[in-house]
Design a protein around this ligand. Sequence first.
Ligand SMILES: [Zn+2]
Length: 181
Amino acid sequence: MATIRATCVDCGDVELTTADVRVRVCIEDNAGSYHFRCPHCAMAVVKPAEPRIVDLLVASGVELSTWRLPAELFEPRFGDRINHDDPPQLTGESGSVSPDWVASRAVSVLWVVPLVVLAAGAVLVGATLRKSTEATIDLRNECAQLEELRSALDDLRREADSTRAAVDRIRSRPERTQVPR
Ligand SMILES: [Zn+2]
């Protein structure tokens, strides 16, 4: 099983196997990311992944899953924005505070949920599109490392084409895809 080196914000470089990493691709905008749980601090780490990185990780055996943006993003919107004066009107109250109105206010909190989902989706998309300098450097390191992984995989494929026995031999060979820096 191939070794993948990634970076935890707190622990620095960590070594993972293909089974430790998952790749996610958004069907709508094709934005990719990969995530893993840091073997040292157990924190979940998520990083954006360019299509090339996605391909390399998937080719190395990393599990791919797809997801869609929240359906609310595509719903038609009309009418004025809801404001603080709306709940009494929506419930037929004329401004007096009744227990029913208080109850409906509590229910109206549910309106916030899709908005929060939307906001979270927007933040995720923004975070995927926006690459900080630090993230770019990490990505470059990973690009270089994954380049070697790919060449190792190419070798593997070539030999797999020749004989099944060759494949078995290669798989039993300990495979290191990282270079010491
Ligand atoms: Zn960590």
